[in-house]
Write a protein of this length. Structure first.
Length: 608
């Protein structure tokens, strides 16, 4: 889960945001009703504990409600929302995507007639220490993010917190946000306000260990000190279960266990005061080093909610006979390999569109999806989910760069590259039509280094297939595998002069590279200052279309954006795998598999 983590929105600006046409379109393009629900039946059992299998080599490493680079994996967000309730959460498990009103801290936002003010009323919720959740707790989040926005992993210049001109407290339960300009309210609610999470100001507004809580966050200097202290505490994973800070929860669960090896246990929060309490006593999220290791435990019945690797789907009947339901969990996502355009060695080559075109034409997505993923992945050709929707351009829908290694090789040789000993070498530097291109030096060889996440046989096989295919056009690809958190940590946004800019290509998409929030715009991943624009892609036209998509309610801008990036190739578009093929014990009920990849684990229950 990367979120960093989809939906369609529609209608004209209204006082209250309604997901109408868009949600319906998502239902048509990404139906989830059949994939989502566990079978009903049986007598509900009070309490109980279950075990959930985490993806291979995926270890939760963050609980603080302000995400940091290297800590943006989707399972961090999914777990955190069970402990600290965001203002708003969306849910697409029913087949439509809409506000999940029970899962949030606030009533639906109300937009002013001119669209520049949002009024938000908090629900009556209580922190575990007995204090009420108030507007001050929301202001606290804003103050910390505003003073430390350059460190916030989800920061995109011009978006939160920049687009909020003023935060005004109306009462303990109501506040107003004055916006810097008019935004598409569907986008603002789904892609901005979902980041906002009330934090217990009276308990967390501390500048140093042993300090007394105050109002330090109300000055930039104080907010920086508080943020530094809280970030330091958030880095101590082994203390999550004992640190008093994280005990002040307002969600249906609290942290009972959080190990450095990735095992997390959430326990029912008996002090939760909302209308969406947990049914189970506890849920343990269990890490695995590989899909095969998880499958071995699944076969023995050792997990209640697990998954089947694509290679093991032939064993579905056996797993079902052991008391499981087997259902695909499809995500509202795209998958891709970023180019590091700022890499000092390969960056100039990556900036040549014809090279990116040759690479893209060497990815046999249809065969990879069918053979390697056994039909549990689908080709993807652009920056919005490939499902039919008003945002999918004809260009992206129809694949502008079909698989053709002969044509790909000809692109390279016609631009000044000579293949020597199987590797393309620039023998004709320069900026002419038949030369290597701006910044590409004579003698440069197309030798690429790919960092890929480990633990998946399908990913390993896919990368070997890509390596073989690229070798046919004169590109040498070396592959290095690491756990997902390590891949994310070693794929930073960087400048050419920085030592961290040594990465060239990166894959973190075994469960999908990017899960969208409810509106599939690209400000985070492909705008020039996007917090998750890992490769430093820069295209002024793309930036303009992204800005239009956040301010206009019509789908035209996103469709044009889809068209542009399908052709301009900011990344290598790859098949998008299902998040997983789930195996759920038949006595575990209330499970819905949300395409936004949130869990709603408080609604799970066991039957007798």
């Amino acid at each position: 889960m990367k979120r960093p983590l989809p939906s369609f929105l529609a209608a004209a600006r209204t006082p209250i945001v309604v997901l109408g046409l868009a949600a319906t379109l998502l239902a048509a393009g990404c139906s989830t009703g059949d994939q989502g629900s566990s079978e009903s039946g049986g007598t509900p059992q009070k309490g109980g504990s279950v075990t959930f299998a985490l993806p291979p080599n995926s270890t939760p490493n963050w609980i603080f409600p302000i995400g940091m680079p290297g800590h943006l994996a989707g399972y961090n967000s999914a777990l955190r929302q069970e402990v600290f309730l965001p203002l708003y959460s969306y849910n697409g498990s029913s087949g439509t995507v809409a506000l999940d009103e029970k899962a949030g801290s606030a009533e639906k936002p109300v937009y002013s007639e001119d669209g520049k003010t949002v009024t938000i009323t908090l629900k009556d919720r209580t922190w575990a220490n007995g204090k009420k959740v108030t507007s001050r707790d929301v202001e606290f989040w804003f103050n910390l993010v505003k003073a430390n926005k350059d460190q916030w992993g989800n920061y995109n210049a011009g978006d939160l917190p920049d687009n909020v001109a003023k935060f005004t407290t109306v009462s303990d339960k109501q506040f107003k946000l004055e916006l810097t300009k008019v935004y598409n309210p569907d986008w603002f609610t789904a892609n901005q306000l979902t980041y906002v999470t009330p934090m217990p100001q009276a308990a967390w507004d501390i500048e140093s260990a042993g300090g007394r809580p105050g109002d330090y966050d109300r000055t930039p200097a104080g907010a920086k000190k508080v943020f530094k202290y809280l970030i330091g505490e958030a880095g101590k994973l082994s203390e999550y279960a004992t640190n008093p800070l994280w005990k002040v929860a307002n969600g249906p669960f609290t942290v009972k266990e959080f190990t450095t090896t990735g095992q997390v246990t959430l326990a029912k929060n008996d002090k939760y005061t909302g209308d969406d309490p947990a049914h189970l006593d506890s849920i343990t999220f269990k890490p695995f080093t590989s899909a095969q290791a998880e499958l071995n435990v699944l076969r023995s019945g050792g997990v209640d909610y697990g998954y089947m690797p694509a290679l093991a789907l032939s064993q579905q009947k056996t797993i079902e006979n052991n008391g499981y339901q087997v259902k695909p969990w499809n995500g509202w996502a795209i998958s891709y390999i970023p180019y590091n355009f700022n890499n000092p060695d390969m960056g100039p080559a990556f900036k040549q569109l014809y090279i990116r075109q040759a690479v893209q034409m060497s990815v046999d997505q249809a065969t990879i999806s069918r053979v390697i993923w056994h039909g549990q992945a689908a080709p993807g050709y652009g920056p919005v989910p490939q499902q039919d929707s008003p945002y999918l351009s004809d260009t992206q829908k129809n694949n502008p760069y079909p698989f053709d290694t002969n044509k790909a090789k000809a692109l390279l040789t016609s631009h000044g590259w000579t293949i020597e000993n199987g590797v393309a070498k620039c023998t004709k530097p320069g900026t002419g039509a038949d030369q290597c291109g701006d910044g590409v030096k004579a003698g440069t060889q197309l030798k690429f280094q790919l960092l890929t996440q480990s633990g998946s046989t399908e990913t390993d096989n896919m990368m070997q297939e890509l390596q073989s295919s690229l070798s046919k056009i004169g590109i040498s690809l070396s592959i290095k595998s690491e756990p997902l958190n390590s891949v994310l940590d070693h794929t930073p946004v960087c400048k050419p002069s920085e030592s961290t800019c040594d990465w060239q290509l990166s894959w973190f998409g075994t469960q999908g590279s990017w899960y969208f929030p409810a509106y599939p715009s690209g400000e985070q991943i492909f705008s020039v200052k996007g917090g998750a624009n890992f490769g430093g892609y820069s295209n002024p036209t793309a930036d303009e279309l992204i800005k239009k998509s956040t301010s206009e309610t019509a789908p035209t801008a996103l469709r044009d954006y889809s068209d542009l990036l399908a052709k301009d190739l900011p990344v290598i578009w790859m098949p998008n795998p299902a998040y997983q093929v789930s195996a759920i014990k038949k006595n575990l009920q209330g499970v819905t598999q949300d395409p936004l990849v949130f869990l709603q684990a408080q609604r799970w229950y066991l039957t007798k």
